[in-house]
Design a protein around this ligand. Sequence first.
Ligand SMILES: Cc1cn([C@H]2C[C@H](O)[C@@H](COP(=O)(O)OP(=O)(O)OP(=O)(O)O)O2)c(=O)[nH]c1=O
Length: 193
Amino acid sequence: MVLASGSPRRRELLSGLGVPFTVQVSGEPEDSREADPERLAAELALLKGRAVAREAAGAVVIAADTVVAVGADLLAKPESAAENEVFLRRLSGRTHDVFTGVAVLSGGSEAVEVARTAVTFRTLLPEEIAFYAASGEGLDKAGGYGIQGLGMALVERLDGEYSNVVGFPLSVVTRLLRAAGVPVWGTLGAPGA
Ligand SMILES: Cc1cn([C@H]2C[C@H](O)[C@@H](COP(=O)(O)OP(=O)(O)OP(=O)(O)O)O2)c(=O)[nH]c1=O
């Protein structure tokens, strides 16, 4: 199995599934004009997977992409602490959606699925926004926060899978890998599950 991702969070979560893997990142920039966040997450996950599958014949390749959507806006990774503050002001006191697309490619077949989690932020004080942005934690993360870190303190409520927000929805990952013949936690599961 090959993980087509440079994300340390994905590596860590995949490590827990009991299946050996290597990491290979294509380095090709992903590009899409898709405006719908769910379809975008699926498309980018597939593009990342395909770029690596071309160079990893015979392997099962898994890739993912996380998209944060608030209203009609998509929040990518903030490029500076100042932009991170703008993102946090946008997220404060409201609910946004986190979509992660997971693509599994093996032997010429492709499967892709998207998980969605609704995340509600509490209303943040301006000082809290400045403090969190200055920590730098949000800079390499879609939406500008990390729920697995200090960013946990920003979140009031979750509706959906936690691991999806971290960037690797384990229910989807497990299902797609088993369907591709990878024995997650030592089993392929019930037939047709
Ligand atoms: C919202 C949120 C995002 N993130 C991360 C998950 C992803 O790593 C990142 C979204 O960017 P992605 O483009 O999905 O992934 P990536 O660039 O980190 O890695 P690669 O393309 O090589 O697979 O944001 C968190 O770690 N915690 C969070 O709470």
